[in-house]
Design a protein around this ligand. Sequence first.
Ligand code: BGC
Length: 761
Amino acid sequence: MINKYFSICSWSFLFLFLSCNSQNIETAILSVIDMKVVSFFSLMTLQEKIGQLNQYSVGEEMTGPNQDNEDSKKRYQQLINGDVGSVLNLLGAENTRLLQEQVINNTRLKIPLIFAYDVIHGYKTIFPIPLGESCSWDLDIIEKTAKIAAKEAAASGVQWTFAPMVDISRDARWGRVMEGAGEDPFLGSKIADARIKGFQGNSLDEPFTIAACAKHFAGYGFVESGKDYNIVNVGKNTLMNVILPPFKQAANSNVATFMNAFNDIDGTPASANNFILRDLLKRDWNFDGVVVSDWNSIGEMVNHRTAKNLRSAAEQALIAGCDIDMEATAYVDHLDSLVKDNPDLLIHVDEAVKRVLKLKFELGLFEDPFRYCNIELEKETVGAKEHFELAEKAALNSIVLLKNSKNVLPLIEKKKIAVIGPLANDGDTPLGNWRGKGEQNSATSLVEGMKMVLKNNSINYTKGCELSIGNNNFFQELKINKTDRNGFKEAIELAKSSDVVVMALGEPAYMSGEGRSRADIGLPGLQLELLKEVYAVNKNIVLVLMNGRPMTLTWENEHIPAIIETWHLGSRAGIAIAKVLAGVHNPSGKLTMSFPKHVGQLPIYYNHKNTGRPTSGPNQVFYSHHTDIDNNPLYPFGYGLSYTSFDYSDITLSNDSLDFNSSIEASVDVTNTGGVDGAEIVQMYITDHFASVTLPNIELKGFKKIYLRKGETQTVSFVVDSDLLRFYNDSNNFISEAGSFSLKISTSSSTGDMKSFELYQ
Ligand code: BGC
């Protein structure tokens, strides 16, 4: 059957190829895949079709008929019956080959499985968590780390990653902010594009590429009170202008798949949301890839109480356009009877199946179901030395210097350095959550890194206190040490006898990520107390933060002279941080999420709207504010210091007006006025002074990362045209409106002077 099928395809391909000229070869090749899909599809029974829409998580027990419980026996049977189209979490060239063989050898149509996995910030070589890496604003590095992650995963039998997470979030309480690119839709869109290119290359035909997945569609980053899996209440304006742009970009960047979100959006669960799935994604954005549910998100519609039972949930999700059911067994258990009762549903099943087949053809799985299953190649590729070099480069670029008074940093000629803190000699925390196959404790710890880089200093370490107690893993709730102060004394003694104290504090790896929302986002456990006690005996402190979210650091910022945000930096964390401490690398990262002064300010973000009451008269209270804290964040979006200083000239505009067919250029001269070379992320923000809907006070509309030697000046220019000024209006039209605007080009969202221009009709 298969052979016959392929010969039909080859003849048709030849015909198409001969009948097209060079300009439309690309279109013809695409249509060949579509044609393969249609002809293959015509061979399928309803049961075989439904199998393609069912996805399970399986482990190594599936690679032989030795399943240890009834559930895995059942799943194995379903796999070899063709009732499963894709699996997640089975890894390794050998395992994936074994299971693929079972499926190919036992099923009538021999449709290969797709092997999927959450490759979020590296597979074996672990890069900075995505939020950290976004602070590099370096699209080239971001694309490269995704590419290496894809390469390692592909060599290990994986063809599909559930990344990038492109959820915008303004609430640091939400644990999953670590997986995203922060609070801004413009930067978030650029980063989404870079990550997708990195995973998928120019085409899934290219070696070592894997299918990417834009998730979680949509609104998951806006869960109420930052509490994971919570409901989402957003209006159309926020949905269209803030939440959806990175998803739209993902569709434009030809991402192969989308994943639903767990949440509802204003009353309709995302997994059965006709508006976002059918109307926007599949119709308006022309997305022709696959939509996969999130883990049991179809089943969870019963908990949302919009589906009476799993059968009804299956029907709703199918109609809305969710193609694959991950883990709910809703499709595999109910689609058959649903279609028999209502044959009109078949059209949706058929559409979903064609999408899945298309992905399998694009991945080249029909040609070679064992494409990535080669143990030798796996050994050579996974964890290759040069991948770790990239991990170090990405880590160096992700570090954000938050404070550096009294020239505490870099640590030049500091003879006695005390390194204190529960995370200082920890080789596990820097791997962060969602660390793929990154081995436990495999990151370079800060102490190790400092001993390598700051060789001429005496480096003495003591822990000070435990941060967590007992298990620290993906599945379990963390227990934080709140009572055991046994290590304090030694830490204080060490601090007393040292020239400078480097304190490594923050959150353990599993304090952010899925299911890890926090109500208090300060330093957990006894760490602030330890910091205060050390500070009482030695004020010369460098605070090295390792964490998966913005934190409240008000006391720290008031007292500690130097603070570095290092996130969870990945496999080479310790070396990268030590290089920054030593001044071997000049930090250049800039925050992509605002740090609040107090948790009560959340959600906090730079691109806020004006409101009807932005200010009041002197001494009056009737304006939009908290009475006990000002409206500003502690550290704003776009903020980050350097060991050098940059001077920005006044902005030059090539013209102070444009129309819908022209553009203007805005430029500044940026000069490195300090004592060392360094990189600067130059940011352009625009204000639309009056519009038919409320819009943010300022919005990022351009950025460039430049490298300047000391004393060097570079002109940085941005082109502004009417397209850049577009937004979704009340009728969901993406438009720009004539009127007055202003822009600034500056070093962060909170600084810089605005320059006006007009957009004429
Ligand atoms: C997460 C997804 C992830 C999936 C598969 C879910 O719990 O929300 O982001 O891709 O699990 O592991």
